[in-house]
Design a binder for this molecule. Structure first.
Ligand code: 13P
Length: 343
């Protein structure tokens, strides 16, 4: 492992004004997204859609530091035969790869999940590195609703797997994005999310230390401290920003170069406003930016709707969201920039 080089990649992933595009939806998830815009999910339609984003020159060169790909995409070629990975690299962005293999029911813990995919991971990482991936992602899912959920068992096994994955990545000279996602589904309030996320982050960093993961060569991808979607009392933007920053300061060592949030089901504008408000607080030990899936792609998906004629509109929608989030990563976003676009 060359830590200086890993650190260089990690720093580039959170470079000022830039963030990560999470385009790593599994075949099942992208089908759900395409169903919503009435597009059939085929190898070609998935390729066309992702090619549209990766060829959005302004967005990719100015606002996007890296792209998380799904296994299918990292091997795919654009319509003209250029590998999609090449298109990303030519824009100056870094290709990354989702390496977890989804979740399975956790035995003995009804309703809880453990993320799988560690078997043969070392071999797979080698192939991904040769194909151009310089960072990877592994998502653990922690549900917060229900009796006795989350259990210590679910938190422990998921943190252990995250650290095993991260150590294997660094040994393969790949920067791990460590993603322990506490879901925002349910009616819990922001303080419950804060408490559970604190427990999850503390356990995750404990495991990372035990398994000798170099914090300078990783990126954390957490959820924000936020009210459950069905909670009657929705916390304000300021409260989300203040509590999320306080929570992260108490759990995340300053050696971590950057924190790139997931959007987790927030609306596009909420995800941007929250990130912006956090960066306005300032004086943070790490970079705070975005690694959004839905909050970057919902608008371009709708604008594109599977039609070649709509590619420019899709690219424009993607570029707009990427630019808004770029501004938020610097604490320079304003709500009226959104209204101007809508007008
Ligand atoms: P969302 O921003 O849609 O939550 O996706 C980010 C991601 O990569 C989830 O694993």
């Amino acid at each position: 492992m060359n830590l200086a080089d890993l650190n260089k990649v990690a720093q580039a992933m959170v470079a000022p004004g830039k963030g990560i595009l999470a385009a790593d939806e599994s075949s099942g998830t992208i089908k759900k997204r395409f169903d919503a815009i009435k597009v059939e999910s085929t190898e070609d339609s998935r390729r066309d859609y992702r090619e549209m984003m990766f060829r959005s020159k302004d967005a990719m060169t100015k606002y996007i530091s890296g792209v998380i790909l799904y296994d299918e995409t990292i091997w795919q070629k654009a319509k003209d035969g250029t590998p999609l990975v090449k298109i990303i690299e030519q824009a100056g962005a870094i290709p990354g790869i989702k390496v977890d293999e989804g979740t399975q029911a956790l035995p003995g813990c009804p309703g809880e999940l453990v993320t799988v995919g560690l078997d043969k991971l070392a071999e797979r990482l080698k192939k991904y590195y040769d194909q151009g991936a310089r960072f990877a992602k592994w998502r653990a899912v922690i549900d917060i609703n229900g009796n006795g959920i989350p259990s210590m068992t679910a938190i422990n096994v998921n943190a252990h797997a995250l650290a095993r994955y991260a150590a294997l990545c660094q040994a393969a000279q790949i920067v791990p994005i460590v993603e322990p996602e506490v879901l925002m589904d349910g009616d819990h309030d922001i303080d419950r999310c804060y408490d559970v996320t604190t427990r999850v982050l503390n356990k995750t960093f404990q495991e990372l230390r035990v398994q000798r993961v170099a914090l300078e060569g990783m990126i954390l991808k957490p959820n924000m401290a936020i009210s459950g979607k069905k909670c009657a009392k929705q916390a304000s933007v300021e409260e989300v920003a203040e509590k999320t920053v306080r929570m992260l300061k108490s759990c995340v060592p300053a050696a971590v170069p950057g924190i790139a949030f997931l959007s987790g089901g927030q609306s596009d504008e909420e995800a941007t406003a929250h990130l912006d408000a956090m960066n306005r607080i300032g004086n943070l030990p790490w970079k705070l930016t975005f690694s959004y899936g839905r909050a970057l792609q919902a608008a371009p998906q709708k604008a594109w709707s599977g039609k070649a004629d709509n590619v420019p509109a899709g690219q424009q929608a993607f570029t707009h969201r990427a630019q808004m989030n770029s501004l938020a990563s610097k604490g320079e976003w304003k709500a009226d920039l959104e209204k101007k676009k809508a007008a």
